[in-house]
Write a protein that binds this ligand. Structure first.
Ligand SMILES: CCCCCCCCCC/C=C\CCC/C=C/C(=O)SCCNC(=O)CCNC(=O)[C@H](O)C(C)(C)COP(=O)(O)OP(=O)(O)OC[C@H]1O[C@@H](n2cnc3c(N)ncnc32)[C@H](O)[C@@H]1OP(=O)(O)O
Ligand SMILES: Cc1cc2nc3c(=O)[nH]c(=O)nc-3n(C[C@H](O)[C@H](O)[C@H](O)COP(=O)(O)OP(=O)(O)OC[C@H]3O[C@@H](n4cnc5c(N)ncnc54)[C@H](O)[C@@H]3O)c2cc1C
Length: 675
């Protein structure tokens, strides 16, 4: 048997797809180790996939698009129960990476009844509950004796936390907090799994003590009777209805009617209220926002994975789909031969790699900050907040764009739910909104950039943190791209730094200038906000490029290094063209340099072409995880599309009741009236 570099090759596969895999120049298992940050983790992913493949009870009983929402919820609860029962046979206990993979394989991306339990409820209790509180709730939560969510957003307020309407008023006499929803707009609205699944929630409410508003605080709140699952007295609760996607998750509403909880249900790791109502403030005003920072830090990787789902589907399909000719004397070509198709897909393949590398760095920083905050050191919280705010916005935005490009690259079949593209898009695009609407989060990063710009302007560049140190550096007078013999990326990085620096300083100038002219700070901020967000995007895109460069520099295997270097070339040239307005406007890059950048882009599209399928195969998504007929590993698309169509519930009978009831009588009466 021949050992190929691409480990996805199997006998009997579509030969067009096998031919693509044979040309791969690198070992896809080794690339998976880069993507998943260690050989051990990549291997464990494969082992988990194999275990699941052998357990039919963990497979979908029918394709998700053929199920109603109720059926999907039932099916996902069945599988959730099974994986909870057999968890220790499948994954290492408490390994969140393995749990994430297990969920993606078995439950899929549409959510499940305990999605928020793992993503926010447990992280909130871990970071914000005191040790005593953790003994009481965290162990029960980890054991899944109770199911919880994170209830913050309201019908009338999501972004602006200071104006939430839900109040928690301290009653000194009974040592209780009274939770209350004063209006319809104060109903909690959106929290995942709040509607039907959870019996507890970490609720965010404005805390009032003796008439004083202490702002948003987090409380552990029982919602339903633990035995009967009936809502408790004083609680109004339900599902908010179907959404664009993510419909297995019961996003919910919640109202409180003077609902009492003990004082000790305020999460008190960092903040305390004494029995007499004395408030002990936390070491950082935003420390209670930790569950949001947790998701923002991890969702970068989650988004990269969803982008890669779509790219895997589109790249594999483009290798088996033949349409038209390039040379009219030759047979029809694979659509992947078209430069336009390559240009549509390959830069996003590069972005997906860039995002997953940036995501890994973000999680590392998050874990460091989590450890430091636990010991009272809050010095890096602002940096982490700025970084994750920018990354969640930029990455979710390009992920949604990339998925949509991948869908269109599949032509008509991309529009069928057999491709699963619409669900992948719908779930991923939610990331532009949840955990902070993208524009709002870019503005959070902009606050950090403006402060940094002000240090530069006042000659205090030495005080700049490592993420923004480049703002204090001097630019060359022009970019040296194409003017130096070096094949490295230093000139590109310098050019991105120049662009981000110039835009940041310019936007900050606009903001400070407006204030100097007498505008009040918030008005000046609003009038500068488009320019400020441009700076945030450019800063974040620079960070992503740098994270990509750092990773490529670390890679030792020469075959991997070569293909990753090709991808990085593609990435920097594509990004620079995409932001060429900024590069051209002060003459830092000339139009002839941009011609060079364009040529480089086309060169690397062609160079990557033989590795395209191997680059997407390296993510090692199983068919069960992808849930896409078009993206099947074996490339047998057409016969399976036909089988899928035949399985459509509409094809259970030859004549639908709607035809019997309406269309037949309509046609009959039309015929009769002609007589
Ligand atoms: C291996 C595992 C892989 C896992 C992959 C996981 C994938 C995950 C997929 C999940 C899928 C679906 C789940 C969806 C779940 C969704 C949940 C939610 O959406 S929960 C609700 C989220 N809501 C928000 O994000 C609201 C956004 N709004 C805010 O965050 C705030 O209101 C904000 C920040 C806009 C303003 O806050 P506030 O009004 O309090 O601020 P001020 O104006 O008073 O002060 C600003 C000041 O504070 C600093 N700040 C703000 N936040 C933080 C923070 N978190 N940390 C540190 N500092 C913070 C800010 O920088 C300003 O500082 P300044 O010095 O004044 O400039
Ligand atoms: C799939 C999904 C899952 C969710 N899960 C949860 C959950 O589990 N728990 C939870 O509590 N919430 C959850 N949410 C809610 C989510 O966090 C909020 O919808 C999100 O934070 C945005 O807030 P909003 O809806 O109030 O938008 P708005 O703030 O009303 O945004 C509307 C528009 O106003 C703009 N805007 C608002 N404020 C400003 C500003 N200061 N400056 C400039 N522009 C501004 C925005 O950019 C946007 O264009 C979820 C939402 C979704 C879609």
């Amino acid at each position: 048997m021949v050992h190929h570099q691409n480990k996805a090759i199997r006998e009997g596969d579509n030969p067009d797809l096998t031919a693509e895999r044979v040309t791969g120049t690198f070992d896809t298992h080794s690339m998976a180790a880069q993507i998943y940050n260690s050989e051990a983790h990549a291997r464990r992913r494969r082992e988990i996939t194999e275990i699941i493949a052998k357990r039919p009870e963990l497979h979908d009983t029918k394709p998700f698009p053929f199920m109603t929402r109720e059926e999907k919820i039932l099916e996902s609860s069945r599988k959730l129960t099974l994986i909870t029962k057999h968890m220790n046979e499948i994954i290492e206990p408490n390994n969140s990476n393995e749990m994430f993979h297990l969920n993606n394989e078995v439950l899929g991306i549409e959510g499940h009844p305990m999605a928020l339990h793992g993503i926010m409820f447990i992280p909130a209790l871990t970071a914000q509950a005191s040790e005593e509180q953790q003994k009481k709730w965290l162990t029960r939560a980890i054991n899944r004796e109770i199911v919880g969510t994170y209830a913050q957003t309201e019908l009338g307020h999501g972004t602006n936390l200071q104006n939430l309407e839900t109040t928690a008023t301290y009653d000194v006499a009974t040592q209780e907090f009274v939770l209350h929803t004063p209006t319809i707009t104060g109903l909690k609205w959106w929290p995942g799994n709040l509607g039907k699944s959870s019996n507890y929630a970490v609720v965010v409410a404005l805390m009032f003590i003796k008439g004083k508003n202490y702002g948003p605080h987090t409380f552990m709140v029982p919602l339903r009777d633990e035995k009967t699952h009936q809502p408790l007295k004083g609680i109004t609760i339900g599902d908010i209805g179907p959404k664009i996607a993510y419909n297995v998750t019961d996003n919910g509403f919640l109202g409180f009617d003077h609902y009492r909880i003990p004082r000790t249900n305020l999460l008190m790791r960092h903040t305390r209220v004494e029995p007499d109502g004395t408030y002990v403030k936390p070491p950082h005003a935003k420390i209670n926002y930790s569950a949001m920072v947790h998701v923002r830090s991890h969702m970068i990787t989650g988004q990269a994975i969803m982008l890669s789902y779509a790219l895997t589907i589109a790249t594999r399909y483009s290798s088996v789909r033949r349409q038209g000719q390039i040379d009219t004397t030759q047979p029809e070509v694979k659509v992947l031969e078209y430069q336009t198709q390559q240009h549509r897909l390959f830069p996003y393949i590069a972005r997906a790699y860039a995002f997953v590398f940036a995501g890994a760095e973000t999680v590392k920083l998050y874990e460091r900050v989590l450890e430091e905050v636990a010991t009272g050191n809050v010095s890096l919280m602002a940096d982490l907040h700025a970084l994750t705010s920018g990354l969640k916005s930029v990455v979710s935005h390009y992920t949604a764009q990339g998925i949509e490009q991948a869908r269109m690259a599949c032509g008509g079949h991309g529009y069928s739910q057999a491709s699963y593209m619409s669900e992948i898009f719908g779930v991923a695009v939610g990331g532009c909104t949840y955990e902070g609407e993208n524009m709002v989060m870019l503005l959070q990063l902009a606050r950090y950039l403006v402060k940094s710009a002000s240090l530069v302007k006042t000659g205090q560049s030495s005080k700049l943190g490592p993420l923004v140190a480049y703002l204090g550096a001097k630019s060359d007078s022009t970019s040296l791209i194409d003017r130096t013999p070096t094949t490295g990326f230093a000139e590109y990085v310098k050019t991105f730094q120049h662009i981000a620096r110039r835009q940041t300083l310019k936007a900050a100038d606009k903001f400070f200038g407006l204030m100097e002219k007498g505008e009040k700070r918030p008005i000046a901020w609003n009038k500068s906000s488009v320019e400020l967000n441009r700076a945030s995007r450019l800063h974040t895109r620079l960070y992503i490029v740098e994270a990509f460069v750092r990773r490529v520099e670390e890679v030792a295997d020469p075959r991997l290094k070569e293909v990753l270097t090709d991808l990085l070339h593609l990435h920097v040239n594509y990004e620079l063209l995409d932001m060429s307005t900024y590069a051209l406007e002060d003459g830092f890059v000339s139009s002839s340099q941009l011609d060079y950048v364009r040529d480089q882009l086309y060169f690397y599209l062609a160079k990557i072409r033989p590795n395209a399928v191997s680059l997407v195969d390296s993510w090692e998504f199983s068919d069960q995880e992808l849930r896409s007929v078009l993206g099947r590993r074996d490339g047998h698309v057409y016969e399976n599309l036909f089988a899928w169509a035949k399985a459509s519930p509409l094809n259970k009978t030859d004549v639908l009741p709607s035809v019997d009831k309406y269309l037949k009588p309509l046609m009959e009466s039309a015929r009769a009236s002609k007589l």
